[in-house]
Design a protein around this ligand. Sequence first.
Ligand code: GLA
Length: 384
Amino acid sequence: MHDPAALRSMHQGRFHAQPSIFVAPGRVNLIGEHTDYAEGFVMPAAINFATLAAISPRADGKIVIFSENYGEEKTYDATALPARPSSHWSDYPMGVVSILAGEGHKVPGFSLTIWGDVPLASGLSSSAAIGVSSMLAVLSLAGASYPGPVIARLCQRAENEFVGANCGIMDQFISANGEEDHALLLDCRDLSFRLAPIPDHVALVIANTMVKHSVVGGGYKVRRAESEAACAVIASHRPGVPFLRDATLEDLEKWGSEMAPKSLLRARHVISENLRTVAACDALLRGDLRELGRLMAEAHISYSQDFEGSCVEADAMVELAQDLPGLIGARLTGGGFGGCTVNLVEQKDAPAFAAQLGRRYTKRFGMAPEIHICHASSGAHQLE
Ligand code: GLA
């Protein structure tokens, strides 16, 4: 599917120039939800769905971007970059251009063709895949390069400062730094990380509820604000707690009564999720899949009940998986309010698991979910 030759001929046919081609994957988060912007822990894996970006220089000072997925072309002037987003798919690559220009890079005119197969609005980070692939492409043209963690930070800034999505760094980080067959435990405070191998006999089964998810929209922002309000209460007593990463469950016992009830619940999720995420990485590293599955189940309940970040369909997708042969652990993945569940499943059982889960979900909701058997893939790199 990720065929650079097809993208090359598409780009050549449209722009009559030889491109360099880059790829950046989407991701699935195994555990650690809404902890990244609290400087906590996350454990995602890059997946074998990705965005490819083909780039070639232009002599006319224009930036021309073609999205194969949208069948649409958009033109900008490289010497008069837009100051604001336009609620258009091209905001993602243009956010990257804007951040690089702000960092002092001379970005010349270019033609960019983007193609991707990360399902959109499904909680699998299609936007990070576009941002990171565009970043590698534009950097190569500007004759510059950065280490993976710096690329991730610049791409996060493009989303925060240009696109207007108040996201953390998880998605951009794993897209830029993922490793084949590994999950990555990231400390979002200092961007240090540990790689944990996912055993060969375990498949990542991603089940799309088909309920659309968005980070730009309401629910994500509200939850973030609620959890940050809880942190402010703790910090008023204990100034050493700038982020919920630094808070404990005891802090909630002491000062929870001063918080709005919803804020208390959101903070309980974030604080307990950090503990679970580190424990989940330890479990994976020592091969204790039973414990990993238990932590994923607990994480889903916390996400659904305390954080209220799930939805009826995602709760059902998790519940309907419980007694299927081969299941190790299941939970809603990503920013919430729809999107996909991640299921760790014994590889040999994965096809039957996917088929049965699909049948059960269709029977319950009258709509067929898309279910993908994935594996952990490598992070962004140049293909040609
Ligand atoms: C989205 C955001 C991430 C993270 C998750 C929730 O994917 O882009 O930064 O906050 O939601 O864990």
